[in-house]
Design a protein around this ligand. Structure first.
Ligand code: ASP
Length: 280
């Protein structure tokens, strides 16, 4: 069985993040090579990505218009086990909390409920804000004060890259998908995008694992991850299915997707996207 691991730093991420995608991918691959499961490999890779302040996930995540920092993350494996958190604050690694949610009868915990669950599970207080994330919000607020008011159809789509994702196949042929984000720009507190929505931000099943990035609202409308997964079920390779996924969106909508099937691995975006593909 070929071990497969794919990581990405978000639609629009540049070559500067290539080394990071590789480091995260190698961390995940090391788990697989040690006999670990796909889900643990995906969690390991995403923790590396969340801990880097350059990504819009975990440390350094995008702030909301009110200055709050709310993160979304999700996990799914090929036995259809899922774990998601939405709008979680004050934790270091939302993906690790999503992993714990997987062990409950639930699929998603949101907001304060997600946070109190995290604390019960031993996740300590951590403020993921950075000077840069505060500076970015100040710039947005200045724009708004200057009358550069966003509208839902236009600037609310403004986009900051750096959501992270990973997919894997382990030695037993089990697969997993994961995703983690601080969201997009000009976000109201409470906004949830595609990232923690099963079928939209991620999907995983017996024949493939998929993880999406880009403007969450558009990805949800297209239920992108499930549809790319279904195309693999109809016989497309992961690469063909990811390329097909891009055709669901007009070019002005930044979007990207990573996927693995039993026979290939792919990372495709209509923008630059720092990604890493490992196969052993
Ligand atoms: N999909 C994420 C969201 O809309 C953003 C991203 O992928 O960069 O929250």
């Amino acid at each position: 069985m070929t071990l497969r691991m794919v990581t990405n730093c978000g639609a629009g991420s540049t070559d500067d993040a290539l080394g990071l995608a590789e480091r995260a991918g190698e961390a995940g691959m090391a788990v697989l090579e040690g006999g670990g499961g796909a889900i643990e490999a995906v969690v390991e890779a995403i923790i590396v990505l969340e801990d880097d302040p350059r990504t819009n996930a975990g440390l350094g995540s995008r702030l909301r218009l009110d200055g709050s920092l709310q993160m979304d993350a999700s996990l799914m494996d090929s036995d259809l086990n899922c774990g998601c958190v939405a709008g979680i604050e004050d934790v270091k690694n939302p993906i690790a909390v999503a992993r714990k949610v997987m062990e409950t009868p639930h699929i998603m915990l949101a907001g304060e409920g997600a946070l109190s669950f995290a604390r019960e599970q031993g996740f300590e207080y951590f403020d993921p804000k950075t000077e840069k994330s505060v500076e970015r919000l100040e710039k947005i607020k200045k724009k708004l004060e200057e009358g550069d008011v966003p509208d839902w159809a236009g600037k609310w789509r403004d986009y900051r890259v750096g959501t992270v994702g990973a997919v894997a196949v382990d030695g037993e042929g089990k697969m997993a998908s994961g995703n983690s984000t601080g969201g997009t720009s000009f976000m109201l507190p409470g906004r949830v995008g595609d990232t923690p929505i099963i079928g939209a931000g991620i999907y995983c099943g017996g024949h493939g694992a998929v993880s999406a990035t880009g403007i969450g609202e558009d990805i949800v409308r297209q239920v992108m991850s499930l549809r790319v997964f279904d195309k693999m079920g109809e016989g497309m390779s992961a690469k063909e299915a990811c390329e097909w996924g891009m055709t669901l969106f007009p070019h002005e909508i930044p979007v990207g997707v990573v996927a693995v099937s039993r026979s290939d691995s792919a990372a495709v975006s209509n923008r630059q996207m720092a990604s890493w593909i490992g196969e052993i």
